[in-house]
Design a protein around this ligand. Structure first.
Ligand SMILES: *[C@@H]1O[C@H](CO)[C@@H](O)[C@H](O)[C@H]1NC(C)=O
Ligand SMILES: *[C@@H]1O[C@H](CO)[C@@H](O)[C@H](O)[C@H]1NC(C)=O
Ligand SMILES: *[C@@H]1O[C@H](CO)[C@@H](O)[C@H](O)[C@H]1NC(C)=O
Ligand SMILES: *[C@@H]1O[C@H](CO)[C@@H](O)[C@H](O)[C@H]1NC(C)=O
Ligand SMILES: *[C@@H]1O[C@H](CO)[C@@H](O)[C@H](O)[C@H]1NC(C)=O
Ligand SMILES: *[C@@H]1O[C@H](CO)[C@@H](O)[C@H](O)[C@H]1NC(C)=O
Ligand SMILES: *[C@@H]1O[C@H](CO)[C@@H](O)[C@H](O)[C@H]1NC(C)=O
Ligand SMILES: *[C@@H]1O[C@H](CO)[C@@H](O)[C@H](O)[C@H]1NC(C)=O
Length: 280
C-alpha cells in the first residue's frame, strides 16, 4: 500500500486512540481524556506525577479514581475533571499499569491507561539449594518491574553461562509474570551441581542472580547412622576376638560340674541359717 502510514506508527496511533474514538454515528460528546505519557522509573528519580484531564464530558461527572494493575488505589476517589497521582518513591515496585477512571451520571465509565515502566529487580531467590541425588531440586526467582520480564535460565560451565542442556529431559521451567521456577528431577551427582542463573529482561532493563546447587550422595543422610553401625561392628569384633583368645583358659572352669553345685549348697546353708534365725 504505497503512501500508507508505516505499520508500527499506525498501530501505536490506533492503540493510543482506540478507547476514545467515537464509534461511527455516536454522539460527539464521548468522553475525552488527556493523560500523561508513559514513564520509566529510573533509580533515584524525582517523584513521578501521573495526570488525567477530562476534556469532554458525555454527562455530568460522578467521580474519578486511579487503579494500579487492576485494583483501585485507595484514597484516590474525587469528583474533579482533572486528577493526579503522585508516585513519591520512584522504585521498581511502583511500576505497573496505571489507569485513571472517570464515571458519569448516565454514561459508561471512561478510562485511559498509563504504563509506568521499570527495569526488573529480582527480589526473591535461593542463594543455594542442597539436595540428594535422585531427588528433585526447585530453584526460583521473583521480580518486580514492569512490563513483566522475559525469563531465562542458564548454567555456568567452565566460567561461561550456557543455556540449560536438557538432553536428559529432566529440566522443567515454569514462568509466571513475575516469577520463574526451574525444577530438575532425578538429580545427577556428576552432571547437575553448579551455578544456575535466572535472568529477567524487559524493555527497561535486565537483572540476574545466581543459585548454587549442591547434590550429595544418597548415602549422605545415612552417614551418622553408618558411623554408629561401624562402631558397633568393631566393638562386636573386638569382643568376639577377645572372648576367643580367653576361651582355652576358661574351658576347664566351664566343664567343672562341682562349681555351681558348691555355690548352691553354700546358698542352701545360708538359707537354712536365715530360716533358722527367722524362726528363733
Ligand atoms: C476501561 O475502558 C474500557 C473501554 O475503553 C472498558 O472496557 C473497561 O471496562 C474499562 N475499565 C475500567 C476498570 O473501568
Ligand atoms: C491535550 O494535551 C495536548 C498536549 O499534551 C494539548 O496540545 C491539548 O491542547 C490538550 N487538550 C486539551 C483539551 O486540553
Ligand atoms: C491537566 O490540566 C492541568 C491544568 O488543569 C495542566 O497543568 C496539565 O498539564 C494537564 N495535563 C495533561 C496531561 O494534559
Ligand atoms: C472542569 O471543571 C472545571 C471547574 O470545576 C470547569 O470550569 C471546567 O469546565 C470543567 N471541564 C470540563 C471539560 O468539564
Ligand atoms: C506478581 O504477580 C502477581 C499477579 O500478577 C501479583 O498478584 C503479585 O503481587 C506480584 N508480585 C510481585 C512481587 O510483584
Ligand atoms: C548436552 O549434554 C549431552 C550429554 O549430557 C552432550 O552429549 C550434548 O552435546 C550436550 N549438548 C549441548 C548443546 O551442549
Ligand atoms: C526438557 O525435556 C522434557 C522432556 O523432553 C520436556 O518435557 C521439558 O519441557 C524440557 N524442558 C525445557 C526447559 O525445555
Ligand atoms: C540477561 O540476558 C540477556 C540476553 O541474553 C543479556 O543481554 C543480559 O545482559 C543478561 N542480563 C544479565 C544481568 O546478565
Amino acid at each position: 500500500m504505497p503512501g500508507s502510514t508505516p505499520l508500527p506508527v499506525a498501530l501505536s496511533l490506533l492503540l493510543a486512540t482506540a478507547g476514545f474514538l467515537p464509534p461511527p454515528g455516536a454522539a460527539q460528546n464521548e468522553p475525552r481524556i488527556n493523560a500523561s505519557d508513559e514513564v520509566t522509573i529510573r533509580p533515584s528519580a524525582i517523584p513521578i506525577i501521573l495526570q488525567c484531564n477530562l476534556t469532554t464530558n458525555p454527562s455530568p461527572l460522578q467521580s474519578s479514581f486511579w487503579m494500579k494493575n487492576g485494583e483501585e488505589i485507595p484514597g484516590t476517589r474525587k469528583n474533579t475533571n482533572t486528577t493526579e497521582y503522585k508516585i513519591t518513591k520512584a522504585r521498581a515496585e511502583e511500576s505497573g499499569e496505571y489507569l485513571c477512571v472517570f464515571t458519569f451520571a448516565s454514561s459508561p465509565v471512561a478510562n485511559i491507561s498509563i504504563e509506568v515502566k521499570a527495569a526488573p529487580e529480582i527480589i526473591g531467590h535461593k542463594r543455594s539449594e542442597n539436595k540428594n541425588e535422585g531427588q528433585e531440586a526447585v530453584l526460583y526467582c521473583k521480580s518486580v518491574g514492569f512490563p513483566h520480564p522475559e525469563w531465562t535460565w542458564r548454567k555456568r560451565i567452565n566460567d561461561v553461562l550456557e543455556d540449560i542442556n536438557n538432553s536428559s529431559g529432566r529440566f522443567f521451567i515454569t514462568n509466571k509474570e513475575n516469577y520463574t521456577e526451574l525444577s530438575i528431577i532425578n538429580l545427577d551427582i556428576t552432571e547437575d551441581p553448579g551455578e544456575y542463573q535466572c535472568n529477567a529482561t524487559n524493555q527497561a532493563g535486565t537483572s540476574a542472580v545466581i543459585t548454587i546447587l549442591r547434590v550429595r550422595s544418597h548415602l549422605a543422610p545415612l552417614w551418622p547412622f553408618l558411623g554408629i553401625l561401624a562402631e558397633i561392628i568393631i566393638l562386636v569384633v573386638i569382643i568376639v576376638v577377645y572372648e576367643k583368645r580367653k576361651r582355652p583358659d576358661e574351658v576347664p572352669d566351664d566343664d567343672e560340674p562341682a562349681g555351681p553345685m558348691k555355690t548352691n549348697s553354700t546358698n542352701n546353708h545360708k538359707d537354712k541359717n536365715l530360716r533358722q534365725r527367722n524362726t528363733n
